[in-house]
Design a protein around this ligand. Structure first.
Ligand SMILES: Cc1ncc(COP(=O)(O)O)c(C=O)c1O
Length: 440
């Protein structure tokens, strides 16, 4: 499928009809930025119900890692479906789940043995990490970061601090959760060095949280995204993780990395944390791990995941279809897609940076691999956030056949399937360029 190819005005008649039906019966809490109604997809191209074809740089929020309906993944799912659909991996045994735990053991971002707990989503993978950290350390405190997103069930929501609307009306949150600033090199005060930017975050934990709020010997875990996703695709300095790792080790605190968005090859390495040269204790993945089937995995050092039978489980986690899809996904990532994410990601980054000279709205272009963000500002000196302009840019891209999403208050994110080609990356740059020009 060549993308884009637009045949109707948007939304087309079939899309309009479905959106009207949705409006009557589906929860209004969902956040739809524009009226795209999916009919089918191939690789990085998607077709809507009216036959319009779009280039997909959203991938169902960074989920379709191997592209839409990759034939190998589909074949693995079909083969598994013909054998059995479910057998509750918490009560019985089946090979796909064991093989996936072995695969996670082989790719985990640290030396040494691991164990894996299976669930169905990112939020559950984080819930498991929070419970495991509390169980293992016999401590209650959790430290998260402002702007972080970890999910919307009540435990993970308490660590999430992305948008107030996500927490509003659902309080009180879990007790014992404290938030520190996340180091954002683009938004650190003028003249501040990288060390000072990192210190403003890690020193806040040591000199404020540990002094005024909670003793470090009552803190179970630091939960952190290697690259903040929903927060605006913010890449912290390398020394942030060096300091966090040193600090958590010194106090016997677990370092939990939330790789739900940054993991599974998206950044050009299997896990985002591998760009920062430190080894965490627990890693949580979901989204791209099974190419679109629901799966969450919480992988921990074997000595940490030593909770007894009955302490944590669920019915569907590690469903055999999801495990089959994940095994096929991991094979594809290792064979070629992780390398493609690095190469095409670099190409896309250069292309987007090239637009900076032409469009004053572009304040910053950043990211790793195919996890890229463009932060829009009204003024490059004051860095005033161009939030309405970002929303408009997302819509203008849609009108021209490119699916993208916002992230944070004023950032456009590109999180395409990892099969994206350089030609498709050039198409994305061209459409963003044309959209920005149309907004003048
Ligand atoms: C970093 C991160 N953690 C956790 C989650 C929650 O995942 P889910 O929506 O599958 O519950 C998300 C979702 O966007 C995420 O980006």
């Amino acid at each position: 499928m060549d993308a884009p190819q637009l045949k109707t005005s948007l939304p087309g008649p079939r899309a309009k009809a479905l959106i009207a039906r949705d409006g009557a019966v589906v929860s209004p809490s969902y956040t739809r930025s524009y009226p795209f109604v999916m009919a089918r997809g191939v690789g990085a191209a998607v077709e809507d119900v009216d036959g319009n074809v779009f280039l997909d740089c959203a991938a169902g929020i960074a989920v379709n890692s191997t592209g839409h309906s990759h034939p190998d993944v589909v074949a693995a799912i079909v083969e598994q479906a013909s054998k059995f659909l479910h057998m509750s991996g918490t009560d019985f045994y089946y090979e796909p789940q064991v093989r996936l735990a072995e695969a996670m053991n082989a790719i985990a971002p640290w030396q040494g043995q691991t164990r894996s707990f299976f669930s169905n989503s990112g939020t559950e993978a984080i819930e498991a990490a929070i419970k495991l950290a509390r169980y293992h350390t016999k401590r209650y405190g959790i430290i998260g970061f402002l702007g972080g997103f970890h999910g919307r069930t009540l435990g993970s929501l308490s660590v999430t601090s992305s948008k107030a609307i996500q927490r509003r009306g659902f309080g009180p949150p879990l007790g014992g959760v404290y938030h520190a600033p996340f180091p954002n090199p683009y938004r650190s005060p003028a003249g501040q060095s990288e060390e000072e930017c990192v210190a403003a975050s890690v020193d806040f934990i040591e000199d404020q949280i540990f002094v005024h709020l909670v003793s470090p010997d009552e803190v179970a875990a630091v939960v952190v995204e290697p690259i903040q996703g929903e927060g605006g695709y913010v890449v912290p300095p390398v020394s942030f993780f060096e300091r966090l790792r040193e600090m958590t080790r010194r106090h016997g605190i677990l370092l939990v990395v939330d790789e739900v968005q940054s993991g599974m090859g998206r950044t050009g390495k299997m896990f985002g944390i591998e760009h920062f040269g430190v080894e965490p204790d627990v890693v949580a993945v979901a989204k791209g791990v099974a190419s679109g089937l629901p799966l969450g995995v919480t992988t921990a050092r074997a000595e940490v995941m030593a909770w007894p039978s009955g302490s944590h489980a669920n019915t569907f986690g590690g469903n055999p279809l999801s495990c089959a899809a994940a095994l096929s996904t991991i094979t594809l990532l290792k064979e070629s897609l992780m390398a493609n994410a690095a190469e095409v990601g670099d190409h896309l980054l250069q292309g987007l940076r090239g637009l900076g000279g032409k469009h004053a709205l572009i304040g910053d272009v950043r990211g790793k691999g195919l996890m890229l963000g463009i932060e829009l500002v009204r003024d490059r000196l004051t860095k005033q956030r161009a939030s309405a302009e970002r929303d408009r840019l997302v819509e203008e891209c849609f009108k021209r056949g490119l699916l993208v999403l916002g992230a944070g208050r004023n950032t456009l994110r590109l999180s395409p399937p990892l099969v994206l080609t350089k030609e498709q990356a050039d198409t994305a740059v061209r459409i963003i360029d044309e959209s920005l020009t149309a907004m003048r």
